[in-house]
Design a binder for this molecule. Structure first.
Ligand code: COI
Length: 352
């Protein structure tokens, strides 16, 4: 792997308790190009810098692009720990297939990422609740206005030291159950991590934020009946002792934190059902005191308790607006495995 050294390094953020999410970027990035003659080629680690593009570049017009999100941690022993990175590149290739983007060599990019992380190890924050967020992305770079899959692409990985995704940290979130706008339909792109999914969600998100909510809880597009996900998180409910998460019906992102949560909960004796769950069932459970907990899972959001959900103008409070027991256990367990505080029984962590 070619490494082009930076002549000057940036100053790192002084206060790790104020990192926020996605505000700082490290000194280097991993890049690789694709064209039909050479396939993926020209992989290198180079100084993080702006890249210029022709305004007729495909991704600007038709959103042919995909991304991933994963995290690296550093503990007091100085261990660099990456959480389930192979799962992200596997999912990236599934998104690539859906978006007519050529597959990447998962092992090769994983090695490129590890090189990059070793080079940038001093950027990995160590304060509680912090991590180095890793953003692999592929964009279509052919200069053309015809609506066709591009024949040229740029793959890149950028790194950002982060704190919690929500400005209020681990405090329970307020969700607005969205019963007008739609995020995704079965047969569409909801289950792939393509950039357009996030653009589509902005309008509802903005309107919800103006009303004081943190996020929108999406319902299925056809009937506006079944709970889907939050966009930046998959959803879980604890209803009368049963942990329930919406089944992956085709319009929901197959989250890696979702999958890890299910595996951890089951291994520890919890009953977890992946099934369709209607918003009426959730509201009904809340009304009769059986909605024990609600939480979201995601790489950026980790495990985020949900404190209230508003549906058709009525606020429904979950667990008195407090983080529930299972939510807390899951948060502590996942972050414990990620940082090395707890034993990694599943072999999820790659240590560098
Ligand atoms: C993540 O959790 O990594 C995501 O990609 C969600 C969001 C920040 C876009």
């Amino acid at each position: 792997m070619e490494i082009i050294k930076a002549t000057k390094l940036k100053e790192k953020p002084a206060d790790q308790s104020k990192l926020g999410f996605g505000k700082y970027f490290t000194d280097y990035m991993f890049t690789m190009r694709y064209n039909t003659e050479k396939g993926w080629h020209d992989a290198k680690i180079e100084p993080y810098a702006p890249v210029s593009f022709d305004l007729a570049t495909t991704v600007f017009h038709y959103a042919q692009g995909i991304f991933e999100g994963l995290k690296a941690f550093k503990n007091e022993k100085g261990e660099i720990r990456v959480f389930r990175p192979e799962e992200n590149f596997k999912r990236m290739n599934r998104s690539a297939e859906r978006m007519c983007i050529p597959a990447i060599d998962e092992k090769f990019v994983l090695e490129g990422l590890f090189e990059l992380l070793k080079l940038e190890k001093d950027w990995i924050p160590t304060a509680p609740g912090t991590a180095l967020y890793i953003r692999p992305t592929i964009i279509a770079t052919k200069i053309a206005l015809g609506v066709h899959a591009s024949t040229e692409y740029l793959f890149f990985i950028i790194l950002s030291p982060v704190g919690s995704y929500y400005a209020h940290g681990l405090a329970p979130t307020r969700l607005l159950v969205e019963d007008y706008y739609t995020r995704a339909t079965v047969g569409g792109t909801g289950e792939s991590k393509c950039i357009a999914n996030y653009a589509v969600s902005l309008k509802a998100g903005e309107e919800a934020e103006k009303k004081g909510f943190d996020q929108v809880l999406w319902l299925d597009a056809n009937e506006k009946k079944y709970v889907e996900e939050v966009g930046s998180m998959n959803m879980f409910f604890v209803i009368d002792g049963e942990v329930v998460t919406p089944a992956l019906v085709g319009s929901i992102l197959p989250g890696i934190t979702r999958k890890s949560s299910i595996e951890l909960l089951r291994a520890n004796g919890y009953k977890v059902s992946e099934r369709r769950v209607s918003i009426d069932e959730v509201i009904e459970a809340q009304k009769c005191g059986k909605l024990n907990e609600a939480f979201g899972t995601g790489t950026a959001a980790v495990i985020s308790p949900v404190g209230t959900m508003e549906y058709k103008g009525v606020d429904y409070v979950v667990n008195g607006g407090e983080m529930g027991k299972i939510t807390k256990w899951l948060y502590d367990t996942i972050t414990g495995i990620q940082t090395g505080r707890l034993e990694d029984k599943f072999g999820w962590v790659t240590k560098l």
